[in-house]
Design a protein around this ligand. Structure first.
Ligand SMILES: [Zn+2]
Length: 409
């Protein structure tokens, strides 16, 4: 008899009995969906919610960055389990490296476990930086950004771009996210809906515009069309975000930022090294400025550094490595001696000399702190009473697959 459940990172999941897709809308602050629903820009989402679905606020992981949260969503686990407390970290060798290599992963994804159990699974990401992480454990994975280079042989797709029927857009185009959704739809139409599909978008639009901006409106209108196509194919849909997004600039448009190495030097801490785990290859989005930073410094300077950072207006939290491991559920060997989080309106940088803010495409909107930890979590179909109550009370984005696979009524 085939098994009906799999255990993934100490949690049990039922095998999907109907086609299921989890969609992570990168940088989708809850305000985007609320605003779009208020102005009737998303009729399919509205009908989904009126017809038995539900949408509530939930919480992401800290820091509120992309890789950390995407991995929590696909593993159902906190960063101390999957091993990625950022997009980027300070390697023990003293080198800063991107956390995009699957060798850094410590936990398995649901998709890897379900594939091993015989399910048809697929992960599609907009930005290629996530593709190898999501593909860990022999999971078929491709990206919109590099669709022309990454066929999906396990599903019989040797040319993703031909299957979608239009060329893949670049990362600074408003519709690269939609292309990722179109890949999932094209594969589903060619060979039948997947048992479990994961689609992760990119937040170029959300970094650029607040809710109601012309490009944001275009983004969510088109997103709603594609959501409707998934529902029409018979998918159970779960929708969440990796993090929210807030404006972090002065009225004149310049970034509101504390450069921590400069602030520490002014306080007499000269040997500190600041690492910004938001750092990724996509500089136009955010210029590596978010609301979370690590400080590496000698033990003898730690207390002084902590006091100096905590005194900065807009800095909300400063935790030691041991504290952060508990409070944020972080792997202690991959974080700084101090973890620093700023408020909704404040970003953190290394030093003024180390950031070229001219690369920013507009006034800084970014994420990384507690205020961008609040995300929407929507499910297309009715949940059991127990799961519905849990959903309404506020779950984590890492619980999305628990709702989808274990919670349907
Ligand atoms: Zn993101």
């Amino acid at each position: 008899m085939p098994t009906s459940t799999v255990e993934v990172n100490a949690r049990e999941y039922r095998l999907p009995t109907r086609p299921t897709v989890a969609i992570t809308v990168d940088g989708c602050d809850p305000a985007y969906l609320d605003d779009a629903l208020d102005r009737d820009l998303m009729p399919r989402l509205a009908a989904m919610l009126a017809g038995g679905g539900a949408k509530h606020l939930g919480r992401g992981q800290m820091p509120s960055f992309t890789n950390t949260n995407n991995l929590s969503i696909v593993t159902g686990a906190a960063p101390n389990v999957h091993g990625l407390p950022g997009n980027h970290f300070l390697d023990p060798s003293g080198e800063e490296v991107q956390l995009s290599d699957p060798a850094f992963l410590r936990g398995h994804s649901l998709h890897a476990a379900l594939r091993a159990a015989g399910a048809r699974v697929l992960c599609v990401t907009a930005k290629d930086k996530l593709r190898r992480l999501l593909g860990h454990g022999d999971v078929p994975a491709t990206s919109a950004e590099a669709a022309h280079r990454h066929p999906i042989p396990a599903l019989g797709v040797d040319d993703v771009v031909a299957l979608v029927g239009r060329p893949n857009p670049g990362p600074y185009r408003w519709d690269m996210s939609h292309y990722a959704l179109e890949i999932g739809l094209a594969v589903s139409r060619a060979s039948g809906p997947l048992d479990l599909l994961y689609v992760s978008t990119t937040d170029y639009v959300q970094h650029a515009e607040e809710p109601g901006g012309p490009m944001a409106d275009r983004f969510f209108r088109r997103f709603d069309d594609l959501l409707g196509e998934y529902l029409d194919l018979g998918y159970v849909v779960g929708l969440t975000a990796d993090h929210g997004m807030n404006a972090k600039h002065h009225p004149d448009g310049t970034p509101r930022v504390h450069y921590l190495e400069d602030a520490l030097a002014a306080a007499g801490v000269n040997d500190a090294r600041v690492v910004l785990p938001i750092t990724d290859p996509y500089v136009v989005h955010h210029g590596a400025l978010g609301s979370f930073a690590w400080v590496h410094c000698p033990d003898r300077q730690r207390d002084r550094a902590r006091d100096a950072l905590a005194a900065l207006p807009g800095v909300e939290e400063v935790f030691t490595r041991e504290e952060a491991a508990i409070v944020y559920a972080h792997p202690p060997d991959r974080i700084g001696d101090l973890s620093v989080a700023a408020d909704a309106a404040t970003a953190l940088g290394k030093s003024a000399a180390k950031h070229d803010i001219s690369v920013l495409s507009g006034p800084l909107r970014s994420h990384g702190g507690r205020h961008e930890q609040i995300v929407p979590i929507a499910i297309s179909h009715p949940l059991s009473p127990r799961y519905a109550a849990r959903h309404a009370a506020g779950v984590a984005n890492s619980d999305l697959h628990d709702l989808l696979l274990n919670g349907l009524a």
